[in-house]
Design a protein around this ligand. Structure first.
Ligand code: IMP
Ligand code: MG
Length: 336
């Protein structure tokens, strides 16, 4: 089975941290992606492991690992200037990255407002200032990328560039951030982020119409994690999470991640609301250690295969990419 290119949206199913960074970095290398557009903002960290080196990317698209891929940040995104410049340097992508001139800017004042708001603190936000920055944009007083001298070399009109790429048959990935359960519209309100995180919203932030999308790839993790406050069905104690090897800390903020078993009902909802056509499943090796490093489906244990079949049966879509380790290439690719 082949993921129908040219245009694929990558969306998270749960509360973020499903491993979208890993999946996108794999697709970039394997499919030789032409263009990857990041959405959202600096609150989301996408982890990419390449040749033993770990990158936690807050701004640069995860497809940077393929050196011919054009990298863009959409008009709906909120750009943190210092973080952007720092990551452009660290990943050496200055010559191939662009920002939409109308992307808005997230500033230090927004972070201060975020951290000093009792309400936002109670929700357990990341403290980067997402809510306040979006409020300012909605008030139409936000600073835009085109207003910032350091960003001048990077400014483009992303929607124009991306639609042209799609129309000429280029391989394009729209990089969603976070997951459906953190969506302002569809998640566990008020314990959500400041934007819709669904596939439609990802398209909207980039400026790509729904008829241009061929494939929506939803990313599941083999167990669920969440940082910050709010409901988490089936939540384990920290001790139990440590015992099972599921305990994680956040790539962005270093906070403890709460954890729970995979939830088929939530997975179904995520597939429906995102209009997902295919799924990726990450960290299978954490649930089934005997599968670590497997790169062929037949190398998986019977239990692991049964788990995957159950996901496919319950959600009605095929699991085409299966993560079995942290490196970009630790993947079973069932599209072949
Ligand atoms: P905010 O997005 O910083 O306003 O935080 C709102 C909620 O979303 C909090 O529960 C955060 O922990 C969560 N959140 C925001 N971004 C991410 C992410 O990238 N991964 C996981 N949780 C996130
Ligand atoms: Mg993350």
């Amino acid at each position: 089975m082949v993921i129908k290119m040219p245009c694929t949206v990558i969306a998270g199913a749960f509360w973020g941290d499903e491993g979208k960074g890993k999946i996108i970095s794999y697709l970039a290398l394997k499919d030789k992606l032409d263009v990857c557009i990041r959405t959202g903002s600096v609150n989301a960290a996408h982890t990419v492991w390449l040749e033993g080196k770990r990158y936690a990317l807050h701004m640069v698209p995860a497809a940077f690992v393929y050196e011919k891929c054009r990298l863009l940040i959409g008009a709906g995104a909120n750009v943190h200037v210092a973080k952007f410049l720092e990551e452009v340097e660290a990943t050496n992508v200055k010559k191939r990255i662009g920002i939409d001139k109308q992307a808005s800017i997230i500033e230090e004042k927004h972070s201060i407002q975020d951290k000093t708001s009792a309400h936002l603190k109670e929700l357990g936000t990341t403290g980067w200032g997402i809510g306040p920055a979006i409020e300012e944009r909605v008030r139409r007083t936000a600073k835009l990328a085109k207003d910032v001298p350091e960003l001048q070399p990077y400014l483009v009109e992303v929607s124009t560039e991306v639609n042209k790429a799609i129309d000429t048959g280029k391989k394009v990935v729209l990089e969603g951030t976070q997951g459906l359960m953190l969506s302002l519209f569809h998640g566990t309100y008020p314990y959500v982020t400041g934007r819709d995180t669904s596939a439609s919203a990802i398209c909207s932030e980039v400026g790509v119409g729904p008829t241009k999308v061929d494939n929506v790839l939803i990313v599941f993790k083999a167990f669920i994690t969440r940082v910050g406050a709010g409901p988490l069905p089936g939540e384990l104690t920290r001790e139990e999470a440590v015992k099972r090897g599921w305990f994680e800390t956040a790539a962005g903020t270093g906070r403890d991640r709460r954890s729970a078993p995979f939830n088929f009902e939530l997975a179904k909802k995520a597939v429906i609301v995102n209009g997902a056509t295919q799924a990726a499943l990450t960290k299978l090796d954490v649930l089934y250690p005997e599968c670590k490093g497997a790169r062929k489906y037949n190398e998986l244990s019977k239990e692991a295969k049964q788990f995957i079949s159950k996901i496919e049966k319950q959600t009605g879509i095929p699991v085409v990419l299966i993560g079995t380790g942290p490196e970009a290439l630790d993947i079973i690719d069932k599209r072949e």
